[in-house]
Design a protein around this ligand. Structure first.
Ligand SMILES: [Zn+2]
Ligand SMILES: [Zn+2]
Length: 339
């Protein structure tokens, strides 16, 4: 097998071996267990027999490392290219949502805003690394070049961890920030920069509230059933029952408060939409289609407001019923004690 030690220019760069043969070092020693590892980590053809391990050719290994770096550079470039439009569409939105989650201590699955920002850090570290490797490659500094390898692999791993951002869409954002949309506090409409973001937040809020309301009703019904069952258990459990009931009542109260807040917020969104319709009319812009879509959204919001108001009435009725049931249990128990 014919060994290639590099081009003439590369051979010129290679240093003379320390053995005195005046030959160029074409191999490198990377075996920590080799007795010459510390004193002769570059060596010539004559010294080959002194290193009791396979020969690694400097130029060849430098080429391999350089190819790996080029592949990483191209992977980074592809990622930057693919993420540009995604970032333009969603970065502003996820910054608002992650900020809201942080301020209101809401648990989210991923901090998507931080992941977008991580990309910038990876880019800057990768650029430094690629610059450094270029110099080391030209100068055939194989040992220094090999030291960059773990750093490159680490950056590659971090970049692959951000792969999901390339296919980011509305549904993924909704799933990730669902708890934010369920939160009773308002996401300030003024903080949302584009009509798409405003529309997305309103729709997501409605979707989250619908699922929240049905869950609240299920919880409430099971609380009532539980309390009624307990009220039949007699005097001995009265004290415990009273405490649980009080807790149930505060949960009812919380539900009513949350729903009331939600209705207020939805009314706010509706007013904002009505206002924007008015503004469009004033400007005399040809935005018929847009207006119709917004009118539709207003109708949907009105329906949701009505549904939620009905839910509140139901909850309040259930609360009244629960109070009456407790009073009658208390009075029955009182009577039975007097007897
Ligand atoms: Zn030598
Ligand atoms: Zn060796």
């Amino acid at each position: 097998m014919r060994m290639t030690y590099g081009t003439e220019t590369q051979k010129e760069i290679l240093i003379i071996c320390s053995c005195g043969s005046k030959s160029k070092c074409v191999y490198f020693c990377s075996e920590e267990s080799c007795h010459l590892y510390k004193t002769q980590n570059l060596y010539c053809n004559y010294c080959e027999g002194n290193h009791a391990h396979g020969c690694r050719i400097i130029v060849k290994s430098c080429d391999t490392e350089s190819k790996e770096h080029c592949a990483f550079a191209s992977m980074l470039q592809d990622a930057q290219h693919a993420l540009k439009p995604v970032s333009e569409r969603y970065y502003g939105l996820v910054v608002i949502l992650s900020g809201f989650a942080k301020t209101n201590k809401v648990q989210i699955k991923k901090d998507m805003a931080a992941d977008f920002e991580k990309l910038a850090t990876i880019e800057s570290e990768a650029n430094q690394l690629l610059e450094a490797q270029k110099y080391l490659y030209v100068n055939l500094q194989i040992h220094e070049l090999l030291k960059l390898s773990p750093k490159r692999e680490n950056l590659k791993k971090e970049l692959l961890g951000l792969e999901y951002l390339v296919v980011l869409n509305d549904e993924m954002i909704y799933q990730n920030y669902e708890e934010v949309f369920k939160h009773p506090n308002v996401i300030p409409p003024a903080s949302l920069k584009t009509p798409e973001d405003k529309d997305f937040v309103t729709t997501s809020k409605m979707r989250a509230l619908q699922s929240y309301t049905s869950q609240a009703q299920v919880d409430l019904n099971s609380t009532i059933v539980e309390e009624r069952k307990k009220s039949n258990d007699g005097v001995s459990s009265l004290r415990h029952q009273f405490l649980t009931f009080t807790l149930g009542q505060s949960s009812l109260k919380r539900n009513v408060e949350t729903l009331t807040k939600t209705v207020t917020e939805l009314i706010g969104s509706k007013q904002a939409l009505e206002q924007s319709v008015k503004e469009l009319e004033q400007k005399g812009m040809d935005q018929k289609i847009k207006e119709e879509a917004q009118q539709k959204k207003i109708c949907e919001l009105e329906t949701t407001v009505q549904t939620l108001q009905r839910d509140i009435s139901k909850l309040m009725l259930l609360q009244k019923y629960a109070n009456a049931s407790l009073e009658s249990t208390l009075s029955d128990t009182h009577k039975s004690r007097q007897i």
